[in-house]
Design a protein around this ligand. Structure first.
Ligand SMILES: Nc1ncnc2c1ncn2[C@@H]1O[C@H](COP(=O)(O)OP(=O)(O)OP(=O)(O)O)[C@@H](O)[C@H]1O
Ligand code: SF4
Ligand SMILES: [Mg+2]
Length: 337
């Protein structure tokens, strides 16, 4: 990958939240290791899907990428500049290029603002993008781009359905013409029938505007549809990263294999061929992750070395893509249909 194609470079990113005790005299007794050493690149026009169980650090990663949270260490380089170190007007300029679509269209839009004001709000901060006289026209154009009626510019969020509200959120994300959009579970709160429409819209916009997406979800099947590559997260780290077909058809890490085995197979033939892997217990606390491999307390393949040596995310022999397991081996997955 040539560096000119990369819009985002994330290196050794760490975000720890202090864990404190006491109300008057707060003492730090440890740290919640929400993101604990994540590295990846994102190319222009590419979609990286990120999946993992609740609490594995997906939203924290998204917030650090957007510079809404400062990292504990590591870098987030956008077009050659580290947004984590940027301040003042430089940070403001860099933020134009990375925007976010939030999970819940019911709570993320201010109910007292009209749709026009919601979508046009970024222009108040970045006045250079749309001078005051042009704003209404720009907002109407954005409504049209996301498939909404431009005449509805003066309506309020409650006058729209869930799917339409998410379109409003997407229009707002597009307003500053960013190169990167971080979508944090953008369809999780929507009905299954609406999910596909919103994903199709995101794909159309990606082609139209050459957008790069980070697309976060719990559901592996949702991510597959839209992703070029997929990263699987467990307790603050990527355990597997590769092209979407490699991850879905030939996962190499036991955690990914378990996640995929939980996706239902409707045809009975496939069901017979496929063993279901049931993960034991919940993920351990990110305040006190296991030594060595973090997945070892739930892994059926764990050996002594797994407690002693941390497996690094690297291309493992015979697998063709990166995974963080001492005993990585591909496992053919039978999919629905
Ligand atoms: N501001 C904060 N202060 C302290 N701990 C936090 C903070 N934000 C997140 N955490 C903790 O960091 C860990 C990762 O949380 P995060 O919200 O990033 O997970 P997630 O993968 O997005 O989960 P979900 O799928 O439920 O959205 C959790 O243990 C969470 O409790
Ligand atoms: S390194 Fe060991 S514990 Fe971790 S996933 Fe691989 S086999 Fe399981
Ligand atoms: Mg989250």
């Amino acid at each position: 990958m040539s560096s000119s194609e990369r819009v985002l470079e994330v290196r050794d990113l760490v975000k720890h939240f202090p864990l404190t005790q006491g109300i008057v005299f707060k003492r730090q007794i440890g740290a919640i290791k929400a993101v604990d050493g994540v590295s990846f690149d994102l190319r222009k026009g590419e979609t990286l899907g990120i999946v993992g169980e609740s609490g594995c650090g997906k939203s924290t990663l998204a917030k650090v990428l957007m510079a809404l949270e400062r990292p504990t260490s590591g870098s987030v380089t956008i077009n050659g500049k580290d947004i984590a170190k940027a301040r003042g007007s430089e940070l403001k300029r860099m933020r134009r290029n990375i925007q976010m679509v939030m999970q819940d269209p019911y709570t993320s839009l201010n109910p007292r603002m009209t749709v026009g004001d919601i979508i046009g709000e970024p222009f108040e901060i970045h006045t250079e993008v749309a001078p005051k006289g042009d704003r209404r026209k720009k907002v109407q154009e954005l409504l049209e781009v996301v498939g909404l009626n431009p005449d509805h510019i003066n309506r309020y969020p409650h006058q729209f359905s869930g799917g339409q509200r998410q379109r409003i959120g997407i229009a707002r994300g597009l307003a500053l013409q960013p190169e990167i959009i971080v979508c944090d579970e953008p369809v999780s709160a929507l009905d299954v029938s609406i999910q596909a429409q919103v994903i199709n819209l995101l794909e159309r916009l990606q082609n139209e505007f050459d957008l790069a997406y980070i697309f976060i979800a719990h559901d592996l099947s949702v991510v597959r549809h839209i992703s070029d590559r997929v990263g699987v997260m467990y307790l603050g780290k990527f355990v597997e990263l590769g092209k979407d077909n490699d991850i879905y058809d030939k996962p190499a890490h036991p955690y990914t294999q378990a996640l995929l085995s939980a996706v239902p197979v409707p045809d009975p033939e496939g069901r017979e061929q496929r063993e279901r892997i049931i993960l034991q217990g919940d993920p351990p606390s990110p305040a006190n992750p296991p030594t060595g491999c973090r997945f070892r307390t739930r892994c059926w393949k764990a050996q002594e070395i797994c407690a002693e040596q941390e497996p690094l995310l690297q291309i493992r022999p015979g697998t063709g893509h990166e995974s963080a397991c001492h005993f990585a081996e591909t496992h053919d997955v039978v999919h629905a249909g």
